[in-house]
Design a protein around this ligand. Structure first.
Ligand code: 3AM
Length: 188
């Protein structure tokens, strides 16, 4: 197959996509410290420290040719939002107690909820499908945690500025999910 044909296959292929805020270094450091303490207490599958994010909208499989359109949608959705100060909050969990997803939240959920609302509104307006279940801002730290396997530590907390919303590709072909930012929008 020639180079052009290979490009066309890629162009028509689907990519697993989601939109998320990235996090400032102060928060990344605190999350890594919390994870280090968790490792001493409980077992489960840890999210890589280079993968921490707050999902605003999960799109799933999207044709690759629509990525540029999504980048424009993201820019439009974020245009009315300023960067904001935030603070990490408590631990929480989703799912069954024997295979829980453990996450850390924020003390003030409102600015994240407003961003998610704008992003989701623009996506819906442009005809994109996305998971529209209720939004709770969180950073996943662990998956498949058996909550009965130990006592959870107090999480480390940190303040920082949220100023980046990105379109990510999620590649599940390896041993761990790999997230790549395809487009970044900076909040002014
Ligand atoms: O921010 P978190 O880690 O909760 O859980 C997946 C992760 O979110 C979520 O999208 C983010 C990047 O993978 N996700 C994966 N599959 C999903 C689905 N089918 C999903 N969210 C909703 N529906």
């Amino acid at each position: 197959m020639g180079a052009l044909a290979i490009m066309c296959v890629r162009y028509n292929a689907c990519m697993r996509l989601f939109i998320a805020t990235e996090l400032p270094q102060e928060m990344l450091d605190a999350l890594a410290e919390t994870q280090a303490e968790l490792r001493a207490c409980v077992s489960g599958r840890y999210v890589g420290a280079d993968s921490f994010h707050v999902t605003l909208a999960f799109l799933g499989e999207v044709e690759a040719w629509r990525v540029n359109e999504l980048a424009d949608i993201l820019d439009d959705a974020c245009s009315g939002h300023a960067a904001f100060e935030s603070c990490l909050g408590e631990l929480g969990n989703f799912g069954r107690a024997s295979k829980a997803t453990l996450w850390q939240g924020f003390t003030d959920k409102k600015p994240f909820a407003e961003l998610a609302q704008s992003v989701r509104r623009e996506l819906a307006h442009a005809g994109f499908d996305f998971d529209d279940k209720g939004f709770l801002p969180h950073i996943t730290l662990m998956r498949k945690l058996d909550l009965s396997s130990g006592v959870l530590p107090m999480p480390h907390v940190a303040r920082g500025t949220i100023d980046t919303v990105s379109l990510f590709e999620s590649d599940l072909s390896g041993d761990y999910p790999a997230y790549t930012a395809l487009h970044r929008t900076f909040l002014a």
